[in-house]
Design a protein around this ligand. Structure first.
Ligand SMILES: [Zn+2]
Length: 208
């Protein structure tokens, strides 16, 4: 297993909603944190049930060893209700504060409108920041349908259990989240990449 970043590396991950990051990249985020990186998990907006979902997001980030940040914490919101310039402005501030070596965000191929908006805003916010950029798809079903994802694979064999436990912290969403599908997908991606379990990413910008 190759190291993506040295210890002390800074990682900033954007998920449109609580649970997106855990499902799409939780195994890699946990691995980076375990390898000594400073990992910040940023949830852009919480559409509803904020009194439950914000603590769930914080508990899940803590489980993965990451810092939790909510970009629009002041009121419930859908990403599409936020003006793009305001979204990019807040991301700009967070990027400047965290000075990331690696950013992880939604794929432009994501079928969820809010997720696509977060991809656009992330790329815009990184216009002057020379960092690596990986993108994920936030559901096993989308991963199964789309070929663009899977240019690179992260070995998450050591952190699969943590990823699943972090997803399960989103108790208000458990009826919707299919834990078995996440495990099945990680196994399938592992078979493709030669790891026990893996997460697939799209490499938008990687410096070698
Ligand atoms: Zn989402």
């Amino acid at each position: 297993m190759k190291r993506l970043l040295d210890a002390g590396g800074r990682v900033l991950a954007f998920g449109a909603h609580p649970d997106d990051l855990e499902v799409g990249a939780g195994g890699l985020l946990a691995r980076l944190a375990r390898e000594g990186c400073e990992v910040t998990m940023c949830v852009v907006a919480v559409p509803n049930r904020t009194e439950e979902r914000v603590p769930e997001a914080r508990a899940a980030a803590k489980m993965l060893g990451a810092r939790s940040f909510i970009l629009f914490e002041e009121k419930p919101a859908r990403v599409e209700d936020i003006p793009m310039h305001e979204l990019v402005r807040r991301m700009d501030h967070l990027v400047a504060d965290t000075n990331p070596d690696l950013v992880i965000t939604h794929s432009a191929h994501d079928l969820h409108w809010d997720h696509g908006l977060v991809n656009r805003a992330t790329v815009s916010a990184l216009r002057r920041t020379p960092c690596d950029l990986l993108a994920f798809l936030s559901s096993p079903e989308m991963n199964a349908q789309h070929r663009a994802i899977g240019q690179c694979f992260a070995d998450i064999t050591p952190t699969l259990d943590l990823k699943i436990a972090a997803i399960q912290e989103h108790k208000s969403q458990l009826a919707r989240l299919d834990i078995e599908s996440s495990k099945d997908l990680a196994r399938a991606m592992g078979r493709i990449s030669g790891y026990g379990y893996a997460e697939a990413f799209e490499a938008l910008r990687v410096r070698i």
